[in-house]
Write a protein that binds this ligand. Structure first.
Ligand SMILES: [Zn+2]
Length: 569
């Protein structure tokens, strides 16, 4: 029996004889020499990798993956050719929709926590490639706006894991049509490699500049030729390189790398950043790094943020809109958290705050409201009576504290920060944000405790409904309105509100008249009713619950006319 299994194992090869563990090794050290030739769209890489076995078993099959457009030239260990099998591995983690995967068979297994050093050489071309998007039905033109990575004479910018595997990685196949697989796979890779070191040396011909971004600092070369760039550790950055004839504008807190001829646009961005910066510092604390902007040459390319660098077209935009865009980057420069709902959520909240600074609360609420429909869609499974199975969307219930879906850690988080701010006030929230230390954030309740130190009211129910669990959105409607005429001309209106959703909230209630409105805030817990009495000095006409600051599943059924005719005696 044993010998039959052995023979079978040999016949079928290690692929099918036992499961290949692509995630067994952590890539702890990269030492790569990279030659870029834009004229031929090519990249040639030579170097060394150190891999550590992070499993509890000995391992003999390290896996190295690079973009499917690239080819392995050689893999050696200790100067001797390694035995490996190279095949194309279908996955959407690379823009080409596949990886060139080399499965190595070591002569000696690597023990747990042991390391192996591998010398390698690979290369090929990196043209723009939209395969992974067009094969799931995205029109090519739109796909090209987001998958803009390429090496070419006109534009050379290549992002790493999640876009182009221009340095070796090891991942399990992930598909764009499987919900959040790509994002989760990239996050898992980044977290595992965050303590690793990457030493790169880029060489390229001609009069061009290299911008290679790491976690802490951007290395910017002014000399054509070769340039070293080191990431130690890589952190959560996606190693990215850009080569072009960039000019630099340094105007604190901004550094802007712009395409020749676009200085006037760069100045508009620098001025917008300068204007909005003090307000962001007041909310989120002193900047820990400058804001580094690199221009994308085509105005239709989608911006990208990563590793402390913001890639964006500079050509279009009003100064007000640019301020709102830069508020996000300035908030990142001041505030960092390993928790996405804080890191990204607060950056989006900063944008709404700037919108309010510019044109008032209604403008900020309108800005947030534009982003609401996707959140309502994602939370649809929580609607009363919803089965959760009829939705075309995957069941994405996610607590904010662990959210990996962007609509949660960006849009829902933005609303949650706004609601907290409405509840506790600017001062308490600003103080809690400034007291935040990412290295001390070890428990889910850490920020709630920081806030409790500034604001002495029970917020447990709120964090429970919105942050620690996903309970969907509230759903308010006015159940009753009682107007009472007082002496001499004053009125008092009692408004009863029911929340038929599973998340409670403190919501503004307004009583409107021809002259204006009076408002109060009302806490309405999930599946409960509450009422509030609002005095108003003129004849009231209408009661309204929720000004748009609380994301609800239906924003359209929130008002009631006030029947003053019968009661006005
Ligand atoms: Zn961001």
């Amino acid at each position: 029996m044993r010998s039959i299994l052995c023979v079978l194992g040999v016949l079928l090869g290690f692929h099918s004889a036992f499961a290949l563990d692509r995630l067994a090794f952590t890539f702890t050290d990269y030492d790569l020499k990279i030659k870029i030739t834009p004229a031929t769209q090519s990249i040639e890489v030579q170097g060394k990798l150190t891999l550590r076995n992070d499993t509890a078993q000995p391992q003999r099959n390290p896996v190295l993956q690079i973009s499917s457009a690239l080819e392995w030239n050689s893999i050696t260990i200790g100067g001797k050719p390694a035995q490996y099998l190279a095949e194309t591995y279908t996955t959407d983690i690379d823009h080409s929709g596949g990886l060139s995967e080399a499965v190595i068979t070591l002569l000696q297994p690597v023990p747990p926590q042991g390391t192996v050093e591998i010398e390698l050489s690979y290369g090929g071309q990196i043209p723009q490639d939209v395969t992974r998007l067009t094969r799931i039905g995205v029109p090519a033109e739109r796909a090209a706006r987001s998958d803009w990575d390429q090496i070419s004479d006109s534009f050379t910018a290549v992002r790493g894991i999640g876009y182009v595997a221009w340095y070796p990685v090891a991942t399990e196949a992930a598909s764009l049509s499987e919900g959040n697989q790509i994002f989760e796979s990239v996050m898992a890779w980044k977290e595992r490699q965050s303590g690793s070191r990457m030493r790169l040396s880029f060489c390229w011909p001609g009069e061009a500049q290299l911008v290679a971004n790491g976690q802490s600092a951007a290395a910017t070369g002014t000399q054509p030729g070769c340039q070293a760039s080191q990431y130690d550790p890589i952190g959560m950055a996606v190693p990215t390189f850009v080569i072009g004839s960039y000019r630099a504008l340094n105007q604190p807190p901004m550094t802007i790398q712009y395409v020749a001829g676009h200085e006037s646009y760069a100045r508009v961005w620098a001025t917008a950043g300068e204007k909005v910066a003090p307000f962001i510092v007041q909310w989120f604390g002193q900047r820990k790094r400058p804001v580094h902007v690199v221009e994308l040459p085509d105005k239709d390319m989608y911006p990208y943020e990563g590793g402390g660098v913001f890639f964006t077209p500079l050509v279009s935009g009003e100064e007000k809109d640019i301020q709102v865009v830069l508020a996000h980057q300035l908030a990142h420069a001041s505030f960092q958290s390993p928790r996405l709902w804080m890191d990204e959520g607060l950056a989006h909240f900063a944008q709404a705050l700037v919108r309010e600074q510019q044109d008032g609360r209604a403008a900020a609420l309108a800005y947030m409201d534009e982003r609401l429909p996707l959140l309502q869609e994602a939370e649809r499974q929580f609607l009363p009576g919803a089965s959760g199975k009829t939705s075309a969307l995957p069941p994405v219930g996610q607590s904010l504290i662990n959210a990996t879906d962007e609509v949660f850690f960006r849009t829902k988080a933005m609303f949650v920060w706004w609601m907290l701010r409405d509840m506790v006030g600017d001062d308490a929230l600003e103080r809690a944000i400034r007291a935040y230390r990412p290295d001390l954030d070890k428990e889910a309740s850490y920020f709630q405790r920081l806030l409790a130190a500034q604001y002495h009211r029970d917020l447990e129910w709120f964090f429970d409904d919105w942050v620690y669990r996903d309970r969907g959105l509230p759903e308010f409607h006015i159940t009753e309105v009682y107007p009472r005429k007082l002496i001499p001309a004053d009125w008092s209106v009692t408004v009863a509100v029911e929340n038929s959703g599973s998340a409670g909230a403190e919501v503004p209630v307004a009583v409107r008249s021809a002259q204006g409105e009076e408002r109060k805030r009302l806490e309405v817990r999930a599946h409960e009713k509450a009422s509030v009495r609002i005095p108003i000095p003129v004849t009231p006409q209408q009661a309204v619950v929720n000004d748009g600051s609380v994301p609800a599943s239906d924003m359209g059924n929130n008002s009631a006319e006030i029947p003053t005719a019968e009661t006005a005696k």
